[in-house]
Write a protein that binds this ligand. Structure first.
Ligand code: GDP
Length: 444
């Protein structure tokens, strides 16, 4: 989402790094470039103005530090100010002392509320909570069923009005849901409310009535990051009409400019709690202002990558594979296992995008897509266990069989096998050179 912004900011700051000393004119020129980058990314004008003023003031008045050169000092300031715009500290959910806690979702139709309800429920469940979803969007046809479906996928209970009783009163449903949550000992209730295509009074009133009836611990304003400047005006309308305690940005996987979403926190004064970046229930995480700033400045988001790895990797398996790798004994079976483990962490493009410098390697990274990995997986799956264990036995007729079985050309099978040998040899050589070999002889 923030690729262009990221490219522009990195370029603006890179020019500085070639200079030994920075004059006020250098700082002004950089500030101008940053200003253009932010405006082009759709960041709201008042936010840009404030940001630039602060950067200039701080950069010009910066104490000379022994540890950082002047350019690094400016980068540090830009980073800190960006973290500030995004909210500073990571803001966690406020939960009630006496359960159930109530989290109410508000936003326009299509913002991603229902999807978010499922994501949030699954996330809460992973943290040991027993959430319940509540269907208070009784306006949109199918909204109730859609919530029940995501609830089922997330493995949580959904409270909904019985079908056949007319449209029903969302305030009444919300009230009954809280009673039911107490009875069934759900500690968190997530209330999905109706949205409209545009802001209207009736929508606001209904949301406010639900709010008054359930006294939520959090009202989360859900906003589609792709809608540009409307994100800011909608946020203001919801702030005045319903009031909210936090923001959730959705569709950060889109390729819109996204700067408006970055302005929401500064304009409304309410923190961003979560970010959604895909249609699947797993495409969701806590929003960390510092990590997002670091990503936007092309410094990568290694912390998130490490966290995801910790969640999905089996340490023993990874160590065994590493030992085999460094001793040149890796098999295609190990390779497949590692690939599957990495892929559990999410789409490969998202993962690679978190690495420092990813912005500059965009073209190369674009070639590593999930479809390519699907193909590699299919080819390896088309091999017998013996072939995976000892790829050297894969002769011409075996290659043809594998190609036919996995729906690819013989050339693609050749490619995979040859590259595997090359990579295995290279890894073993590197391991030998750097002295971290896992022992045992090389198979090649
Ligand atoms: P609601 O009207 O606010 O409840 O919105 P929905 O939850 O029905 O979402 C509207 C559409 O956006 C659906 O097609 C979702 O699959 C899609 N969607 C929701 N969140 C995301 C996201 O983070 N990324 C992408 N790409 N699509 C999303």
């Amino acid at each position: 989402m923030f690729d262009t912004l990221s490219d522009r900011l990195t370029a603006a700051l890179q020019t500085l790094s070639r200079k030994g000393r920075l004059s006020d004119a250098d700082i002004d020129a950089t500030a101008r470039e940053i200003r253009i980058a932010l405006l082009e990314a759709d960041v709201a004008l008042p936010v840009v103005k404030e940001f630039i003023t602060r950067i200039k003031d701080r950069a010009k008045g910066a104490e000379v530090s022994g540890a950082l050169n002047p350019a690094q000092q400016v980068i540090k300031i830009v980073n800190e100010e960006l973290v500030g715009i995004l909210g500073g500290e990571t803001r966690r959910l406020n939960l009630a002392k006496n359960p159930p806690s109530v989290i109410m979702l508000a936003g326009l139709q299509g913002a991603g509320k229902t999807t978010l309800a499922g994501k949030l429920a699954m996330w809460l469940k992973k943290q040991g909570h027993a959430p319940m979803l509540v269907a208070c969007d009784l306006q949109r046809p199918n909204a109730v069923t859609q919530l029940q479906v995501v609830g089922e996928r997330a493995g949580v209970v959904t409270f909904a009005p019985e079908p056949g009783n007319g449209v029903g009163d969302p305030v009444d449903v919300a009230r009954r849901a809280i009673e039911e949550a107490k009875r069934a000992q759900h500690d968190i209730v997530v209330v999905d409310t109706a949205g409209r295509l545009g802001v209207d009074e009736e929508l606001m009133k209904q949301a406010a009535d639900i709010r008054d009836a359930v006294q939520p611990d959090e009202v989360l304003f859900v906003v589609d990051a792709m809608i540009g400047q409307d994100a800011v005006t909608t946020a203001e309308a919801f702030r005045d009409g319903v009031g909210f305690t936090g923001v959730v940005l959705t569709k950060l996987d889109g390729d819109a400019r996204g700067g408006a979403a970055l302005s929401v926190r500064e304009v409304t004064g309410q923190p961003i709690l979560f970010a959604s970046n895909g249609e699947k229930l797993e495409d969701f995480d806590t929003f960390h202002p510092d990590r997002m700033a670091s990503r936007i400045l092309g410094m990568g988001d290694v912390l998130t990558l490490i966290e995801q790895a910790e969640q999905h990797f089996d340490q023993d398996q990874a160590e065994k594979a590493a030992a085999k790798l460094t001793s040149g004994q890796l098999t295609l079976e190990d390779f497949l296992e590692q690939m599957l483990a990495v892929r559990k962490m999410g789409p490969i493009g998202n993962l690679l995008g978190m690495l420092p410098g990813a912005g500059q390697m965009k073209d190369q990274l674009a070639q590593v897509d999930d479809k390519h990995l699907d193909k590699l997986q299919a080819i390896i799956r088309g091999m017998t266990p013996a072939e995976r264990d000892d790829p050297k036995m894969i002769n011409g007729s075996r290659r043809l069989r594998i190609a036919n079985g996995s729906g690819v050309s013989v050339r693609e099978v050749n490619d995979l096998v040859n590259r595997f040998f090359e990579a295995r040899k290279m890894m073993a050589q590197m391991a030998g050179r750097f002295g971290f070999g896992g022992g045992g002889g090389s198979k090649t």
